[in-house]
Design a protein around this ligand. Structure first.
Ligand SMILES: Cc1cc2nc3c(=O)[nH]c(=O)nc-3n(C[C@H](O)[C@H](O)[C@H](O)COP(=O)(O)OP(=O)(O)OC[C@H]3O[C@@H](n4cnc5c(N)ncnc54)[C@H](O)[C@@H]3O)c2cc1C
Length: 411
């Protein structure tokens, strides 16, 4: 195998093209839009820029945000000072950065739309308006609305979050996240260089209820949105039972990023997994490029993904519903964490790790329940002790004024 066609030039396709070109493949990347403002928050976590340090090294292309205002229903907001900033990219800039790297590595970029793929005895024909392209192997990186349905994840509406939002020509330095007890998802306000991306994503929720919640949120904070550009899009969020049978590769092709359903079903983070799957795809193709080894590509790629992150994302899929909607009488997990963060350093650290991507999902359930039970008890005890001490102080003051004494007791 010598020539590879990569269809789609988002983070997944650009990374795959770069990795393949660096390994000496003849790579053609095609995208109908090339660098464009794909509907997205553009949030890049510490997990992503630790693995890909170049993401943090072009300071003009992103905003590094150090504060996050967390809200849940009517709970008092909590302002989290981030230990590791979140980088917020305009997607046009991020895509351009990654496409430039692919081109510098030797990939040929072509701005066109592929309408269909056809398997031939020697490889592939990629159909487009006018002529066709030929390639030995195809990587589909066509995103969540993959028009080449036969070559990627076979997901249905139950495997997706709906995301709607606005780009607003405003400036702010703070990142806002709002949770609702009725929504398996969240609302965000992400500051970017010269504008703000606001949106709301959720699974199984009604689109008009989500839109009304978003517009109410903006109205209540006096954020003008009526002149903003509206968008609606999908975020893959596979159900737990769909991860083991997720179709990511087949004879002569493999899929990367959203086209393969590779998004964190709890947070909706997809940029990191798009980039990582593109990188893993390139590694896998180079190891299995010749002769009979090519037949092993689907299994090898599936295993590489499983070892790297899909096992974790399958756990996230199991946690998502209970995390957002589960209520043990004291509110949902986000609400309780936000309420307790101001009193409890463990909860604050847990929130830091969730935002930065440092918290793995295999340990999350134990950490959340440990924090929200043992630690809640410790926090409540401390809170009650200090309230009691205040009351005793007040009692002493009152006694000094009235001449009476409150009964003494031990906390
Ligand atoms: C509203 C919203 C907010 C999000 N916020 C975040 C966030 O803050 N952080 C985060 O990590 N993730 C976020 N995500 C997820 C993230 O946007 C995706 O996971 C990521 O873009 C996936 O990258 P990709 O390369 O797989 O696909 P895309 O970025 O979708 O790229 C696909 C490319 O394929 C091209 N294409 C499609 N069909 C064809 C065709 N037939 N011929 C030629 N070209 C074609 C398109 O033009 C496009 O450029 C968000 C998603 C949404 C919808």
């Amino acid at each position: 195998m010598r020539s590879v066609a990569v269809v789609g030039g988002g983070p997944a396709g650009a990374m795959a093209a770069e990795g393949l070109a660096r390994r000496g493949f003849q790579v053609t990347l095609v995208d109908e839009n090339m660098a464009w403002e794909k509907p997205c928050g553009g949030g890049v976590t510490q997990k992503a820029y630790l693995r890909y340090p170049f993401l943090a090294q072009v300071p003009t292309s992103h905003a590094a945000v150090c504060h996050c205002q967390l809200r849940a229903d009517d709970a008092k907001p909590y302002r989290l000072q981030l230990q590791h900033p979140v980088l917020i990219y305009a997607r046009k800039d991020l895509n351009q950065l990654l496409l430039d790297r692919a081109a510098a590595a030797g990939a040929q970029l072509e701005a066109l739309r592929i309408s269909a793929l056809e398997r031939t005895s020697t490889g592939w024909l990629l159909h487009r308006k006018g002529a066709s392209l030929c390639a030995d192997f195809v990587v589909t990186a066509t995103g969540a609305r993959n028009p080449l349905r036969e070559y990627g994840a076979q997901w249905t509406s139950k495997n997706a979050m709906l995301a709607i939002g606005y780009y607003l020509p405003l400036r702010t330095a703070q990142l806002d996240i709002q949770f609702y007890s009725w929504l398996q998802g969240y609302l965000w306000v992400f500051p970017r260089g010269n504008h703000v991306s606001v949106g709301i994503c959720g699974k199984g929720a009604n689109q008009s209820a989500m839109r009304a919640a978003l517009e109410r949120y903006l109205d209540e904070r006096g954020i003008p949105w009526k002149e903003g550009r509206f968008y609606a899009h999908l975020i893959p969020a596979l159900e737990p039972e769909d991860w083991p049978r997720n179709r990511v590769a087949g004879d002569g092709w493999l899929a990367v990023g959203d086209a393969a359903g590779l998004v964190d079903p709890l947070t909706g983070e997809g940029i990191y997994y798009a980039m990582r799957s593109g990188e893993l795809a390139a590694e896998c193709l180079s190891v299995h490029a010749s002769g009979a080894a090519q037949a092993e590509i689907p299994t090898a790629y599936q295993q590489a993904l499983q070892q790297d992150f899909t096992a974790e994302l399958a756990i996230a899929a199991k946690l998502a519903r209970v995390f957002y909607l589960g209520d043990t009488g004291l509110g949902t997990a986000p609400r309780r964490m936000i309420q307790l963060a101001r009193y409890n350093g463990h909860i604050r650290q847990l929130l830091q790790d969730l935002v930065s991507g440092a918290q793995d999902y295999s340990g999350l359930r134990a950490r959340v329940s440990g924090s929200l039970h043992a630690r809640v008890l410790a926090t409540l005890t401390r809170y009650l002790r200090s309230s009691y001490a205040r009351l005793e102080g007040l009692g002493a003051d009152a006694a000094a004024v009235s001449g009476t004494t409150l009964p003494s007791s031990t906390p």
